[in-house]
Design a protein around this ligand. Structure first.
Ligand SMILES: Cc1cc2nc3c(=O)[nH]c(=O)nc-3n(C[C@H](O)[C@H](O)[C@H](O)COP(=O)(O)OP(=O)(O)OC[C@H]3O[C@@H](n4cnc5c(N)ncnc54)[C@H](O)[C@@H]3O)c2cc1C
Length: 419
């Protein structure tokens, strides 16, 4: 029997497991699959909707909306979670930069600009806040490969130029490689782990760069030592190099997952991916066991404490059907959700106030314990975190990953010291 079970291996579950491991526990992480971070940009979006100081915006939110997941984490909890996350990444030589003072604007693979609070140092030279009229430097260079699907440098460059950020896009020639491969993002990252591959790409970048001082490449610059790969390409090309998040699968997400997994396992925890939790069993107001799908029969997992971090609809923690039903998939916990399909969406698709269904999730008390419709705690030894929580609209607020980190960290702390 484990002391604690974490259900879900997204950013929130892994951050919760890290908090538990830091507190001397040895969590077992059970997850159906890897979390949405392997689809996402790899940035930590704390409050993308903020125009000025994120710290001030969070402070105001916590005061005015005490049911918001950030209020559950608390202002100090948000900062502590980010500090711990950054310390972990720093120790793995994959540092994150940024601040709670102001969002940066990073280019997407399409050349749009998206706000982010914290981001890998490998993306840092891509900050476009100096774009528009203030952009005085020579045009940026964006470079990619025909073989890498869904990354079109000329189109992204045209879109940036259209926003007042002069840019030009080129395709590089794939250096000779030993055998024919399926060129997805992971394959490219493995190629960039090889210094000889980088030498060839670096030479091409130097030849193509003209007077560009910054070069954007797809975020595939290695799995083993991306910071070292960026430094190497900078030395070869003579320009600052930055990574641009690609479409899934996300190499930055893979890096994050590996770093978390290694830290949790090193601290005595364990990850079991491919273990979908089908149901739970409780007694006297406490959850005693969860059951996961296995080849021949269900597997039983017993523990004293549980963290539920199964995400929302994207992560598989919440399901819906055509009748308008919504349900939580692991423990069958009550959901706070609009009554029927007719109430899910506002009439206008681009409704500024968002859509009611986006705020659906599990309602909790300040200890992140799950509540039923009458406001009573369902299981006193369970905490909930991340996109599974009700009370925020992370798409409109652009706070998915920040909220996942902060509430995962807080839930881990609550489980290890308060429940
Ligand atoms: C395509 C895409 C792009 C995104 N881009 C961004 C972005 O740019 N910025 C941003 O901030 N956020 C982004 N997000 C959201 C973000 O990646 C996460 O959804 C968010 O961080 C929430 O994390 P989470 O850990 O709560 O849930 P998730 O990351 O969804 O993880 C849920 C975990 O629970 C597991 N699980 C679910 N049900 C069960 C079950 N019954 N039994 C066992 N395990 C279960 C899943 O397999 C998974 O491991 C994006 C999401 C998607 C899908």
């Amino acid at each position: 029997m484990r002391d604690t079970i974490v259900i879900g291996a997204g950013l929130s579950g892994l951050m919760g497991a890290l908090a538990l491991a830091d507190a001397g526990r040895r969590p077992l992480v059970l997850a159906k699959g890897q979390g949405a971070m392997q689809w996402a940009a790899g940035t930590i979006d704390v409050w993308g909707a903020a125009n000025g100081s994120l710290r001030a915006a969070l402070g105001e939110l916590i005061t005015t909306d005490p049911g918001h997941p950030y209020a559950r984490a608390g202002a100090a909890g948000v900062e502590a979670a980010i500090d711990r996350f950054r310390a972990l990444m720093e120790s793995a030589r994959y540092p994150y930069v940024g601040s709670l003072e102001r969002n940066v604007l990073l280019p997407t693979a399409l050349g749009a600009l998206r706000p982010a609070a914290f981001f890998p140092a490998t993306m840092a030279a891509g900050d476009m806040r100096l774009g528009g009229a203030a952009h005085a430097g020579p045009p940026l260079l964006l470079a990619g490969f025909h073989e890498l699907r869904d990354f079109f440098p000329p189109m992204a460059a045209e879109n940036l130029t259209g926003q007042g950020i002069p840019a030009r896009g080129v395709y590089l020639t794939l250096p000779p490689i030993a055998r024919r491969l399926d060129f997805n993002t992971r394959v490219f990252a493995q190629l960039f782990d090889d210094p000889a591959f980088r030498e060839d790409v670096g030479r091409q970048l130097r030849a193509a760069r003209g007077d560009a001082t910054r070069i954007g490449l797809p975020a595939v610059l290695g799995l083993r030592d991306p910071l070292g790969a960026v430094a190497h390409l900078q030395a070869l090309s003579g320009a600052q190099i930055f990574e641009i998040p690609t479409l899934p699968p996300s190499v930055p997400g893979m890096r994050l997952f590996t770093i978390f997994r290694e830290a949790i396992v090193k601290a005595g925890g364990r990850l079991q991916i491919g273990a979908e939790v089908l149901r739970g069993e409780g007694a006297d107001g406490a959850l005693t066991a969860v059951y996961s799908a296995a080849a021949a029969r269900e597997q039983t997992h017993r523990a004293n404490l549980f963290l539920l971090a199964t995400g929302g609809v994207a992560g598989g923690g919440v399901r819906t059907d055509h009748t308008g039903s919504t349900w939580e998939t692991a423990l069958g916990l009550p959901l706070q959700a609009p009554g029927g399909r007719g109430e899910w969406f506002a009439p206008r698709f681009l409704n500024e106030a968002g859509h009611p269904i986006y705020r659906a999730g599990i309602a909790t008390n300040p200890q992140l314990q799950p509540l039923d419709a009458a406001g009573a705690v369902v299981y006193r030894n369970v905490a909930v975190s991340g996109a599974a929580l009700a009370g925020s609209d992370p798409i409109r607020e652009r706070c998915y990953s920040g909220m996942a980190l902060a509430t995962g960290w807080r839930a881990g702390q609550i489980l290890s010291s308060e429940l």
